[in-house]
Design a protein around this ligand. Structure first.
Ligand code: GDD
Ligand code: MN
Length: 380
């Protein structure tokens, strides 16, 4: 080993090689409790790649001592190894990869898993294919000729993988047409085609994020066979599936439009308590229909606030609870200034039924309220 080149860095730190060398390739490996996989991974990567032209960047969220194991092992290889351990708890696979991209200095940025499901020996092939074909992005694919999902043991996982691939390929027609395996966690991108600052990954599918937001020019694929996990178990959970759907929806429709849809659905659900309370008051009491409409509205506003505040803007609560409620309550009832005269006109003037008139005024005020909530109350 050439001592100066080995640089393993322990928890919370970022390793930097002394000179601003340019490297051929940076291998980014996200790790979350992969203690028993990193030895075999390092050994096979070191055997497959030129030592003085490669760096390996681990971005780690482990609690099992993986960084210490890597640091001890790295001393055996004359290759630049960096462990960037994050202390903020499990940060997610996609976020880890983007952090690695910010640190990486290679001409090519290669991303692969630590559990040897992606054979390390394929890395030189990825880069060779990129250079030969003048590509910006090279995707390791299980679904192109010669590739296989070998290690995806059970039929259920196969189905999920095929289904999500199909979903994504239908939703992102243009940008993903050239990629047979957009779910792949194995790929190489030319650093000059990468803009890590634009990436906002959510969950596992970092390649999808990258293709949609960075729009690399030429994309080629290299077939590979997905292996069975070397040791330990998959970190993917059912919650990851939900996260994937959110990620896809956000990428496709944009967060703003998605919020508007959710806001509309919650508003729609408020019609239920509103009409129900109005109906009950009209049938069981003598209150004037305009007063009944006011009371029904108050109940519906509380209902809408509870749902909006807990489901829609959970991560955007910058004001105190009472302040949020107060503003929301004022806004939700302010539209009575418009709705009650309108209701009187519809019912007393045009002889519409109270419930039908109430519904009509609610629909009118909906569009106005979304804009106020989105812009003035939350600014999400
Ligand atoms: N730093 C960090 N933080 N790493 C993580 C986290 C996290 O929160 N979650 C997972 N990882 C690491 C794992 O330690 C592993 O090295 C890699 O990400 C993949 O995790 P697995 O749990 O083994 O994923 P998988 O086998 O179910 O799915 C993989 O293969 C699929 C097919 O290529 C992923 O790469 C998928 O994105 C891919 O679709
Ligand atoms: Mn895996």
């Amino acid at each position: 080993p050439k001592p100066g080149r080995t640089r393993a860095v322990l928890p919370g730190q970022i390793g930097v090689l002394p000179a601003p060398t340019t490297l051929r390739q940076s291998i980014i490996v996200p790790t979350f409790n992969e203690r028993d996989n990193v030895a075999a991974l390092l050994e096979r990567l070191a055997a497959a790649l030129p030592h003085d032209d490669t760096e390996i960047v681990f971005v780690d969220d482990s609690t099992d001592g993986t960084p210490e194991v890597i640091a001890a092992l790295a001393a055996d290889y004359p290759i630049a190894v960096t462990v960037h351990h994050r202390d903020e708890g499990v940060g997610g696979l996609g976020g880890a990869v983007v952090e690695g991209m910010r640190i990486a200095r290679g001409e090519w940025i290669v991303v692969m898993d630590a559990d040897l499901q992606h054979p390390p020996e394929i890395v030189p092939d990825l880069i060779a294919a990129g250079l030969r074909d003048g590509a910006d992005l090279v995707v390791g694919s299980r679904y192109t000729n010669g590739g296989s999902t070998g290690g995806l043991a059970d039929g259920y996982r196969k189905l999920v993988s095929r289904g999500s691939t199909l979903l994504v390929k239908t939703l992102f027609r243009n940008s993903l047409l050239a990629v047979s395996d957009p779910m792949s966690g194995l790929f190489a991108i030319r650093a000059s085609s990468l803009d890590a600052g634009q990436l906002r990954p959510l969950g596992y599918k970092i390649l999808l994020e990258l293709v949609v937001r960075n729009r690399p020019g030429r994309v080629v694929e290299v077939p590979y066979t997905f292996q069975t996990r070397h040791a330990g178990e998959s970190k993917s959970t059912a919650a990851e599936g939900i996260r994937f759907l959110k990620h896809v929806a956000g990428l496709r429709f944009g967060p703003g439009r998605l919020r508007m849809l959710a806001f509309a659905l919650i508003g729609l659900s408020g019609l239920l308590p509103n009409q129900a309370v109005l109906w009950a008051l009209l049938h069981a009491t003598d209150v004037h229909y305009t007063a009944a409409a006011v009371m029904a509205n108050v109940v519906a506003v509380v209902w809408n606030f509870a749902l909006t505040d807990t489901l829609l803007y959970r991560n955007h609560r910058r004001r105190a609870p009472l302040s949020r409620f107060g503003r929301f309550f004022l806004m939700g009832n302010a539209d009575l200034l418009l709705r009650i005269p309108l209701l009187a006109l519809l019912v007393s003037g045009l002889h519409l039924g109270v419930l039908a008139g109430n519904l009509l005024t609610l629909v009118t005020s909906f569009a106005v309220r979304f804009l106020i909530s989105d812009r003035l109350i939350y600014r999400a």
